[in-house]
Design a protein around this ligand. Structure first.
Ligand code: AQP
Length: 331
């Protein structure tokens, strides 16, 4: 059975980009594979964040995971910091990824460019090491991600191959990424040339937005010159982004979405996109609210931490042994 692992950082209010690019698809794997979905709270500390915000966002994310249809009987849902093997493997693996390759990571370059040099923590630079550990600990075969995370899975593959070459071919499993055909990069509604992002909100739709706000944001989304509803990322980035949102929500191809909107005017097109998003988000939001109120996510996270720890510790011990660390209890 294939192992699938993915996670989201509790850095801010989840966006429609997170939903379409990641969250919405996690449940698709739970009937055919062994699924691990975690809340990447240690990664959320790599940029300054208020303690209350990370705490609240972690609860929200757990409730959103459950509201998305993830079944805790089938999928292991847990908080990264509740499984200590992540930090322990990190201490080992940080010696096998190199400064040169880490400094070439797009996410590091983009995030650090917005900061003063003296405020950039080591964690932001070393982010891909911890992310690689998250993946390798569970012997994951597949990592479903949005487009922006592909580079981090690729560096995990490099690390895994390096470890296996040095310590034996079965030390760790080399993972593959999986990107959705449609919706791997949802753009801002106010500037469709930049990604919709929770820690840098600009023209974002948030999963907690009231439905009238969702409609308003879509109706006032930036559109392009001309009047034809056509997918053309270069010349019509706004329309292409809305078409992508529609196609992802309806689970159809971009071509089918384009065919559906032939002859539409921009206003009517946007109205239908808003209808589709609301039809998806409204019941999702109601399920989220119920889970947040009854706090059922807490028991799920506790059980998830136990299950995840058992599996992660097996890999951790295998790696410790491979690199030569003495197991004082195993003698
Ligand atoms: N705009 C997007 N379109 C499609 N997929 C997206 N993802 C994020 N934004 C979009 C996917 O959501 C998952 C969440 O990943 P993350 O929380 O680890 O961080 P991220 O990729 O850096 O996402 P954000 O929202 O931009 O977070 P911040 O602002 O904190 O850095 C990933 O699978 C991602 O690809």
């Amino acid at each position: 059975m294939e192992r699938i692992l993915s996670g989201i950082k509790p850095t801010g209010n989840l966006t429609l980009g997170n939903y379409i690019g990641a969250l919405k698809h996690f449940k698709d794997f739970q009937d055919s594979g062994e699924v691990f979905i975690f809340i990447a709270d240690l990664h959320a500390l790599t940029l300054p964040i208020d303690p209350k915000a990370i705490n609240d966002n972690t609860r929200d994310l757990a409730a959103f995971y459950l509201a998305s249809g993830l079944d805790p009987k089938k999928a292991t849902i847990f908080v990264q910091s509740s499984v200590s093997a992540h930090a322990e493997l990190n201490a080992i693996m940080q010696n096998y990824l190199y400064m040169g390759e880490l400094s070439r990571m797009t996410q590091f370059k983009e995030k650090s460019a917005k900061m003063n040099d003296s405020a950039i923590g080591l964690g932001l630079f070393a982010y891909p090491v911890l992310m690689a550990c998250d993946i390798l600990l569970y012997d994951a075969d597949i990592v479903p991600v949005g487009e922006d995370q592909i580079q981090h899975v690729e560096i995990t593959r490099d690390l895994a191959n390096r470890i296996n070459k040095r310590y034996g071919k079965d030390t760790v499993v080399v993972p593959n990424y999986r990107v959705n055909k449609v919706g791997a990069r949802i753009m801002s509604l106010s500037d469709p040339t930049v990604k919709m992002s929770k820690s840098d909100p600009k023209g974002d739709i948030f999963l907690k937005d009231p439905m009238n706000v969702v409609r308003k944001k879509i109706m006032s989304a930036v559109t392009d010159l001309g009047s034809e509803v056509k997918f053309d990322k270069e010349n019509k980035p706004g329309i292409s982004n809305l078409l992508t949102i529609y196609a992802s929500i309806k689970e159809i191809s971009i071509e089918d979405a384009e065919a559906h909107f032939v002859g539409y005017r921009y206003g009517d097109f946007k109205r239908e996109v808003a209808d589709a998003v609301i039809a998806e988000l409204e019941p999702f939001q109601q399920r989220y609210q119920q889970i947040i109120n009854d706090k059922s996510y807490l028991a799920v996270l506790r059980e998830g931490a136990e299950r995840a720890s058992k599996i992660a510790n097996v890999t951790l011990n295998r790696v410790k042994k491979a690199v030569g660390l003495l197991d004082v209890y195993g003698e």
